[in-house]
Design a binder for this molecule. Sequence first.
Ligand code: PGA
Length: 239
Amino acid sequence: MDSRTLIFNMKMYMDINDVRNYLTQLPKLPDNVIVCPEMMYIPYFLTKYSNISLQNIYSINEGAYTGEVSAQHAKKLGIDYTVIGHSERRIYFQEDDNMINAKIKTALDNDLKVILCIGEMLEDYEKGNTEEKIFSQIMDDLFDNNKFNQDNLIIAYEPVWAIGTGKVPTNEEISKTVKFIKQIILKQFGINIKVMYGGSVNSSNIESLNTIDNIDGFMVGGASTKVDEVNKMIKVVNG
Ligand code: PGA
């Protein structure tokens, strides 16, 4: 079995001193780790690591779009991945499925691999609507797109209520939803893709989460910015 993937979503947590310390203390990362730094630090991270991801892109390649970031320019810089549709983008920046759909197409047009985040809100979870919600996100986000395949699309299943809260679904719940996601993608698009779990993953719970047999890795937020947490998590996943 391939080793499972770890995606480090550093969000907007680190200042330049944190970045320097991190890169000094972790001069190398294994090949199965993808790092998503805050945008302006990417050139620093590129000096040490090869698997770098943006946290977001704009849906247009180039032009007068102050404050946005281009997939085309990212690829030329040596970036290979982008996260799209993170719940913080959906909630705080009003990104809807139409916008996410367009961003995915632009990323793939520019040869960036897409880490598509999907997941239900607490209300959906409590009403038992997780699968319904996830189904509609997948269908809308990937609508009318014949560019993705098993090598350029990863799905991160991140229940919104589990992000940054310390709350994690049970292993059975995660496994059931991951199976559901893989089944939809296979049935609708005829491909097998990698599905990660994300939401409050850290060095204390990753050992148990790692026993779930159908997941392909983890997307880690807060804990990915702490060197001791990172070392412990890599040890669990890579054995
Ligand atoms: P968290 O974030 O690990 O801090 O819960 C995960 C994510 O948002 O990707």
